[in-house]
Design a binder for this molecule. Sequence first.
Ligand code: ZN
Length: 106
Amino acid sequence: MAERLYTTLITCHLDGHAHNVTDESVAAGREAGGYEALCDHRIVPAPMIAPVGERCPGCTAVLAPQEPDPAPPRVVDRGTGSAGGCGGSCTRAGDGLRFDRPWSGC
Ligand SMILES: [Zn+2]
């Protein structure tokens, strides 16, 4: 399981976006007066009375859940079935269709 990431939104005076900043970055940037956002933007904090800016698309992308691994390919076993007298490898007479499951007609 992934480790939790705690962030604070801080609006940048330069681009007007609200960026996500980790608690560690807030602590580290307190002395310097600037913070490193998740999107690597260097934030110059807007005044506290300024409205919160629009969410930064870069930080939003970093926080987006990762795509799950694609499902493994579906394996269809043709011709090794156990039902039916032919072992599932027969074709229906006349039309040449092959079945994913043994055809009960043989
Ligand atoms: Zn950002």
